[in-house]
Design a binder for this molecule. Structure first.
Ligand code: FEO
Length: 406
């Protein structure tokens, strides 16, 4: 494959034998429904061993950038082995082109990954399937593979480079963050924590049970992890296991005193109710985060929910249904399967008032414990109706206090 001599893209040496050769997608703002306000990176890694190995590739549109970075270190035709840790297109979109042009001796994937690649690309390219715990010799070092099913797809795996202690963790421990810097310690800590949490909430929250198992399993694998190299965002080189501890906390989703109040409104009646609900929450000692859906993206609500104990939802009734943005949010959140939440529903209506019933039903389907009777108000809430909203907030706060104290 011809490199792009004019592009000026360079590889970055990250250890003695590993180079970052990925791509920076500054302009990405949507990753399957998740608002990626800071863009992302697709990380790929060149390992100078015997054989020379490429770990993961990039989205198809960024293949030239990756090839130019590789060509700044070696002639790309020297790559004889490609490891594909996960078949999703942000890591494999460029793979068919790279394989067709470089003709590596070996493409390696997990057992499910090998099938997924062939199905995905309607390929007849042989793929060597490696099992959980299997080792691939790379001359004076080796890669050990760890299956991480459903983190993020059934085929996902980690590859661990033995002598340098580099854990190529694919989607896990990553974040959607485009930056000039390649390491976590070069970026503002608040941004790192925010983006890592937002990524966990929107990509990995449905698989929290498996995250817990993985975090518990890691110490027993005897991997001396000195650097975690995910496929999105910066790499963890100082105290790399910090992010593993964050994952343990996020996966457990313990009850907290934080309550997310998400609402939409037609003529500001449900908005008035949301404010009164928040007032009641605060009066009861909870921390309220109020999110009007007119200006809050679904993925930001999901991120707030990650470390919350309650979800309260408010919607007007429109044509017998909940407001469209609220329906969007709840469909999205139901799929993310947040755990350990209590909640309540509220809303105003003109004549039918079905939305509040629908909201409560959906909360129940999400296994959210209903902590207070729903409040429905016809037309505009008066002082008595707003007092009921405050009472709803107060009841949720009291229940949160009870649960957080356990
Ligand atoms: Fe970054 Fe599941 O792909």
């Amino acid at each position: 494959m011809e490199a792009e001599p004019k592009a000026g893209f360079r590889a970055l040496k990250i250890t003695d034998r590993v180079y970052w050769v990925g791509a920076i997608d500054w302009g990405l703002r949507d990753f399957h429904g998740y608002l990626t306000k800071r863009g992302t990176t697709y990380n790929a890694f060149l390992v100078l061993a015997e054989p020379i190995t490429l770990v993961d590739t990039v989205k198809a549109a960024h293949v030239d950038e990756m090839m130019a970075r590789i060509a700044s270190v070696i002639d790309p035709s020297q790559i004889k082995c490609i490891v594909s840790n996960h078949a999703e297109m942000d890591h494999t979109g460029a793979l068919p082109q790279v394989v067709a042009r470089l003709r590596p001796e070996m493409v390696v994937a997990s057992t499910m990954g090998a099938k997924a690649l062939q199905q995905h690309f309607h390929w007849h390219q042989p793929v060597r399937a490696v099992k959980d715990g299997e080792r691939l010799s790379l001359g004076d070092t080796g890669l050990r593979f760890v299956e991480t099913r459903m983190l993020h797809w059934p085929d996902s795996m980690f590859a661990f480079l033995e002598d340098e202690g580099v854990l190529f963790s694919n989607d896990a421990f990553g974040m959607h963050l485009a930056s000039s810097e390649r390491f976590v310690d070069e970026i503002e800590p608040g941004v790192i924590r925010e983006e890592a949490a937002t990524y966990y909430a929107n990509i990995l929250m449905p698989f929290s049970g498996l995250v817990t198992k993985l975090v518990e399993r890691l110490p027993g694998l005897g991997l001396d992890v000195r650097l975690i190299a995910p496929d999105h965002g910066p790499l963890w080189r100082h105290e790399p296991l910090q992010v593993v501890q964050w994952y343990a906390q996020w996966a457990a989703q313990p009850f907290t005193r934080k309550a997310v109040v998400a609402y939409d409104t037609m003529w500001q009646s449900t908005e008035k109710m949301a404010r009164a609900v928040a007032d009641g929450l605060q009066g009861g000692g909870a921390r309220a985060v109020v999110m009007p859906l007119a200006g809050s993206h679904r993925s930001n609500v999901a991120a707030e929910l990650l470390e919350a104990g309650a979800l309260l939802v408010g919607s007007p009734t429109m044509n017998g249904e909940v407001y469209p943005r609220m329906a969007d949010l709840l469909t999205y959140l139901r799929g993310l399967k947040p755990r350990n939440l209590i909640g309540a529903a509220f809303g105003s209506y003109g004549w039918g008032g079905e939305a509040v019933r629908h909201l409560q039903q959906i909360l129940e389907e999400m296994k959210v414990e209903i902590a207070a009777e729903a409040v429905r108000v016809q037309y505009v809430p008066d002082d008595e109706a707003l007092a009921r909203c405050r009472e709803l907030g107060g009841r949720v706060a009291a229940r949160l206090q009870e649960l957080a104290a356990r």
